[in-house]
Design a protein around this ligand. Structure first.
Ligand code: HH2
Length: 278
């Protein structure tokens, strides 16, 4: 899953793809580099970020989704949002996945919108909100608490009419977690896998990598990111959300070949296509 933020302020690609033509060119490049999914976001969720008004998020995302869907019909498009209206219009414009960092808890209509559209959902764990999440993350047992929260998110989604096979889970690396919490969650991915859903991991260029490397900025966190991807795949991750598609594809293909008998990326792509309703 390649990240395409049409925001002015995302922590790594903010401002790079806010212009329409630049966003389209980036989409084309990521597809050429082997991305199966493009995740389009119009609101930064970096620590301390303030919410973006719905109209502005729509303005940033919907025209880009429409244009990508028209120009690259093979692209599988995901909308990275917590707002049901944004999800609804993005699905109408050609997206088929809703990636919700709140696990569909911030907006009470989100599950209904996703269910009605037949969308696949990514349900992520977050402690708090982007504005507050890094102030003082606290868990007694981070792995058990995130597992239980993700199980509850999946159950709520199924009760709202989203079929089990349309649900992916994500522990939310960096979302209300210390460096140690992130490391524990990655190390214990098999515990999250035991819930029985595909697992998505988003470590790309995040601050725990910079921290572990003595304070490197986002621009210098590629190798660290690739190390997390290889191990995440070995520990059971099914989808990785990344800024650097070519490097990530090469890394996970080798990791996959070493630890798995089939390339699950292909399986999931087929699954999303099958579920696609628009
Ligand atoms: N991370 C970010 C945004 N969305 N979605 C999922 N499912 N998992 C993640 O780990 C995840 C996510 C943060 O990264 P980015 O989009 O690059 O930054 P920003 O929130 O500043 O736009």
């Amino acid at each position: 899953m390649g990240v395409l933020n049409t925001t002015p302020d995302s922590f790594y690609d903010g401002g790079r793809y806010a212009a329409f033509e630049r966003a389209l060119a980036r989409a084309e490049q990521m597809l050429a580099e082997g991305a199966d999914i493009l995740d389009i976001g119009g609101e930064s969720t970096r620590p301390g970020a303030e919410p973006v008004p719905e109209d502005e998020e729509l303005r940033r995302t919907v025209p880009v989704i429409e244009a990508i869907a028209a120009r690259y019909p093979q692209a599988i498009i995901s909308i990275d949002t917590t707002k049901s209206r944004v999800a609804e219009l993005a699905l109408h414009a050609g997206a088929c996945i809703v990636n919700d960092i709140s696990g569909m808890t911030f907006d009470p209509r989100m599950a209904e919108v996703a269910a009605q559209a037949g969308a696949l959902v990514v349900l992520m764990h977050i402690q708090g909100t982007p504005r507050t999440m890094q102030l003082s993350p606290h868990y007694t047992d981070v792995v058990a608490e995130v597992r239980d929260a993700l199980r509850a998110h999946a159950q709520r989604a199924e009760q709202a009419g989203i079929p089990r096979e349309n649900i992916w889970l994500d522990p939310g690396i960096g979302f209300g977690k210390t460096v140690q919490h992130n490391l524990q969650l990655l190390r214990h991915l098999p515990t999250l896998k035991s819930l029985g859903y595909p697992i998505l991991i988003g470590t790309s260029r995040k601050s725990f990598i910079g921290h572990l490397l003595g304070g490197l900025p986002p621009e210098e966190r590629l190798e660290g990111t690739l190390a997390t991807l290889a191990l995440a795949v070995a520990w059971g991750a099914d989808i990785v959300r990344v800024h650097d598609v070519q490097a990530a594809v090469r890394t996970v293909r080798i990791a996959d070949a070493l630890v798995r008998e089939e390339t699950l990326t292909t399986v999931h792509t087929a699954q999303v296509r099958k579920n696609e309703s628009n």
